[in-house]
Design a binder for this molecule. Sequence first.
Ligand SMILES: NC(=O)c1ccc[n+]([C@@H]2O[C@H](COP(=O)([O-])OP(=O)(O)OC[C@H]3O[C@@H](n4cnc5c(N)ncnc54)[C@H](OP(=O)(O)O)[C@@H]3O)[C@@H](O)[C@H]2O)c1
Length: 328
Amino acid sequence: MKAIVCPKYGPPEILQIKDVAKPTPKENEVLIRIIRATVTAGDCEIRRFDFPSWLWILARLGFGIRGPRNQILGQELSGEIEEVGKDVTRFKLGDQVFGTTGFGMGAYAEYNCLPELGDTVITLKPSNLTFDEAATIPTGGITAMHFLKKANIQPGQKVLINGAGGSIGTIGVQLCKFWGAEVTAVDSTSKLDMLRSIGADHVVDYTKEEFAERGVIYDAIFDIVGKAPWSGIKRSLTEDGFYLNGYPTISRSLRGRWMASRSNRTYVGGSATDNLEDLVFLTELFEAGTLKAVIDRRYPLEEIVEAHKYVESGQKIGNVVITVDELS
Ligand SMILES: NC(=O)c1ccc[n+]([C@@H]2O[C@H](COP(=O)([O-])OP(=O)(O)OC[C@H]3O[C@@H](n4cnc5c(N)ncnc54)[C@H](OP(=O)(O)O)[C@@H]3O)[C@@H](O)[C@H]2O)c1
């Protein structure tokens, strides 16, 4: 089968298209013919090995010392089940599914084997969602759920989302609106119209102003990129507010924990884990049309280098989809 291989950590050009062996499902696995994948900021970080310094050793051990142990990157996919292992009960041949590939990655390929239940999560694709839309949901959606659930957002609360224009933020903004919050979305100029269009009540262009200068106090700040000015966070959170940090550098984590230890505020850092319940919850909201996928560009699998360059440029609005198979 055709696959994109990342033989060692490096720039986008390190990615090569190759013929590799088609995988065979184990007894608890399904073989998925991949129709769409995505390129996320996280994929680019793994490709160039760009992690917070305190995670450096753990990440090298986890992902691979010189290059990714699993050379086929890609964390989310949509596709069709082509084979089922003998113990599989949740899926049958021909089912249209989507989900995460977890630490094993492997979505930049024509096929992938995933366990029906386990560290990765897959579920049935609603018929009214395209393969493109479905592929953009799992990573951003599960991460947004993981952090935002911790803040137990209530109707009327004020939530600020920093880095709102990407994979996690576009779902995060819509989830907060679904829960009845008043949402302020922070990102750069080119993302602001889209953020208004998906429901953000207020937008802030971080390249032109600091959100804290508006003097608004928030019940939760979801700092997806971990770059919101620290003084602004301290000034802009309620006394019992939540600081949700999606990119926990060591200094940010220490400051967050220190703040929490000396106040009624709550700090949430760490990593989201794939969670089937959350994916099913999100699927229902997408199926009902409550949440909408934000898709910027599509690239064929063969143009993965261009796709990585585009995502890395910071211009991506929402999600970038990879067309692995022409079926739509
Ligand atoms: N903790 C977890 O469990 C977890 C899980 C998945 C991903 N992540 C991490 O979360 C991060 C974001 O992921 P994503 O997929 O949402 O990325 P993304 O799609 O690239 O979106 C990030 C957005 O943040 C904006 N941004 C960059 N610098 C900013 C700043 N200083 N202030 C405000 N906005 C800023 C970017 O726009 P501009 O470039 O135009 O500024 C972009 O629109 C990645 O580092 C990823 O690895 C964490």
